[in-house]
Design a protein around this ligand. Structure first.
Ligand code: SAM
Length: 388
């Protein structure tokens, strides 16, 4: 069994988890924060750094869902071996008897088939060790535990990590109101970053729903760390938590916020309630002053001056007929041509058949997932007369 170094002065290994398709962007974010030995993996990026970097990665990474600190890895052929090897870890180093904890287990291509059972066996090994040594045991709390342990099993290779984020990092805390199909905040930030928007020209979401895309765009343009409004991170419950260090990282982050923007961010939606919701959410996120809101259909939208970037996430058609959805996507193509000349227009959709009805040539197609739905981010360059 290999256990990770706990010498506080040495750089240690970390794993930043993300969504499919955002690995390279996350790796760049981590490199900008000073991470070393970056290695892009499937839905995650491995990197090395110190405690400061662990705090910064949680505060700053727009495209990370969690930052994990690996603690042990070993092979196990069955649940009993798993129990035995988990028992060999000195749990008192990671968890106080008065703290609550939870196990998240993920299994891929393995003889282990039941992730709940794996989580239970791991939990049993931990609490039995505490019982043996002190006669008492820490409690399990599934919703808001003090310490989260991550178990990942690939074939017969088990990797245990302690989760420094606590609640997933896409829970930024600003989204109080949502429509029927809000985007995950990490996905929205990733889409904005994949668009290569220059953060100097106009930005529009003409189907804003709860406003996630424009809010993430405004946070990015104003250099606001996405974790700045969060009250709680998992590492705050760790025995080595250095509050002074984290306070100073937050203070620096507040100091680099760009106070005003001199271009327009624009949000619109056909549904009036969506416009109000996105306004409320933008207020929570502290960027309502940077966004103009309008209640209208995309065909009637007069956007701010080009050049600019338009990103829309239209309905995929689960609740309406094929004819209606095809008509909607056809009208999106018409609106791109008539209203968004000079823009780089992007559509993020899980309905690839309907997307063909847009009737324009894509210049980029990026595969992403919205939950379990395979999606594409499609780019259309709407050249202006002068650019032709
Ligand atoms: C999938 S939701 C967008 C979700 C959004 N990205 C979020 O994070 O909350 C699609 C939105 O498109 C809006 N919509 C549908 N047809 C429209 C049209 N013709 N013009 C403008 N908005 C439209 C809907 O009202 C809905 O809010």
């Amino acid at each position: 069994m290999s256990t990770e170094t706990i010498n506080r002065n040495l750089p240690f290994r970390m794993i930043a988890k993300t969504l499919f398709g955002l690995e390279e962007i996350l790796s760049k974010e981590l490199a900008d924060l000073g991470a070393g030995k970056l290695k892009i993996m499937n839905r995650s990026v491995e990197f090395y750094g110190d405690k400061q970097l662990l705090y910064k990665a949680n505060l700053w990474c727009r495209t990370a869902t969690r930052i994990l600190k690996p603690m042990a890895s070993f092979k196990a052929a069955n649940e009993n071996e798993l129990y035995h090897k988990v028992s060999n870890i000195e749990w008192g180093k990671y968890l106080d008897i008065e703290q609550t904890f939870a196990i998240d287990a993920v299994i891929t291509k393995s003889q282990f088939t039941n992730s709940l059972y794996v989580a239970q066996k791991t939990k049993d090994a931990i609490v039995d060790q505490f019982r043996r040594t002190s006669g008492r045991r820490p409690s399990v709390e599934l919703n808001n535990p003090d310490i989260r342990i991550n178990v990942y099993i690939f074939k017969n290779e088990c990797r245990l990590a302690i989760d420094s984020s606590g609640e997933a990092l896409f829970k930024r805390g600003y989204r109080r109101k949502t429509g029927k199909a809000p985007l995950n905040e990490v996905l929205a930030a990733g889409i904005v970053m994949l668009s290569e928007w220059d953060k100097k020209s106009s930005f529009v979401d003409a189907m804003c729903g709860s406003g996630t895309i424009v809010i993430e765009a405004a946070l990015l343009a104003r250099n606001i760390a996405p974790g700045l409004t969060r009250k709680q991170f998992g590492f705050m419950n760790w025995p080595d938590y250095d509050q002074q260090m984290f306070d100073s990282i937050c203070k620096k982050a507040r100091g680099v916020v760009i106070p005003e923007l001199n271009f327009e961010i624009f949000a619109a939606d056909l549904r009036e309630a969506a416009v109000y919701d996105s306004q409320d959410n933008a207020k929570e996120a502290g960027v309502v002053e940077n966004i103009s809101f309008k209640h209208c259909a995309i065909k009637d939208l007069i956007p701010p001056e080009f050049p600019g970037v338009l990103i829309i996430n239209p309905p995929y058609g689960e609740r309406i007929s094929i004819n209606e959805i095809e008509e909607l996507y056809h009208s999106i193509g018409d609106a791109f041509k008539s209203n968004f000349t000079g823009y780089d227009a992007f559509i993020f959709t899980g309905n690839l058949d309907a997307a063909k009805k847009i009737g324009l040539r894509t210049s980029r197609r990026i595969q992403l997932y919205n939950g379990s739905i395979e999606c594409r981010l499609l780019k259309f360059e709407m050249y202006s007369g002068s650019r032709k």
